[in-house]
Design a protein around this ligand. Sequence first.
Ligand code: AMP
Length: 352
Amino acid sequence: MLAQAARNLDVACRFYADSSDVPGATMGTVISGSLDDDAQLARFADGLDVVTYEWENVPVSAARRIEEFTPVLPPVRALEAAADRLAEKRFFAGLGVPAARFAPVDSREALDDAVAAIGFPAVLKTRRLGYDGKGQAVLRQQADLDAAWDAVGGSPLLLEEWVSFDRELSVIGVRGRDGSITCYPPIENQHHAGILRVSTAPAPGLTAEIMAAAARCVTRALTALDYVGVLAVELFDVGGRLLVNEMAPRVHNSGHLTIEGAVTSQFENHVRAILGLPLGDAGVRGFACMVNIIGDLPPVSEVLAIPGAHLHLYGKSPRPGRKLGHVTVCADTLAQAHQLRGRVEAIAGEPA
Ligand code: AMP
């Protein structure tokens, strides 16, 4: 989707992936190699104007290797901050952005101390390589500690206070090379089995306070990191008060609906930002809902028979729990958008 936006601006793309059989292969040259293959990374970077990433688990060492030849945007320090949940929590705390209480856990004894400080319920998370709820264990009582430790105890951890949120939101901001910043209105996200299933934009019932708090959160992070590109921040809404959950230094799944639901998509704005071009309007057009296609492919003609449905298939083979594409529906009212979304959900596969 980034490459599609780039192509509209007559910008050619080259991709680095672990195999040549990736969706990007239809959009440009693929250099395949591992992220610790310095020679291959150098071949990839040779002659490029800028390198970006859309996966936050790119090792910092790989990004630094590429930086020897070509600018990497968003800056590597953003990758570094987002790759470690503890560094991320400390980063947001330093910005004065509210978040759930947390404590580092590096040993079984430290887990007892952290539980004593934070209380139940709490969630124990791996500091690195966690996504979509993987590498997490919920602690409700003392008896849960041993099993949780056995499940995730092999790596550095973080204990977080459990947040009884009303809903999950994301806010997507973009910062240009000249420091200009634009934010999309907050998006409401619903997960099933830890995987994003439905996003709605603008999030229903947005107040001026929520809009301002979300914009403040992403703007502070963009500025502090001297960021260039799209940054997504995931938030918990607790009775109108926002707590930051985590950030993703990349285009975000919840922002896929900006392709049809905003004046300028997150993908085009990311490309514009990293190329030093003026940013586009992040305003929305009416209401948009996005449904992820997970696990199974739906009958294409049934999806396309839904009025206003935009189908995006990624060319991936079906596998339980795998995101294979998404459908966005746009409407003038929230009620219409939700009605159309219901029709999409009924046929767009079920999360594993
Ligand atoms: P994460 O990988 O940290 O984004 O967590 C995945 C999902 O787990 C989130 O989208 C939330 O639904 C849930 N979650 C994570 N942390 C917490 C928390 N501290 N309190 C409540 N739910 C959480």
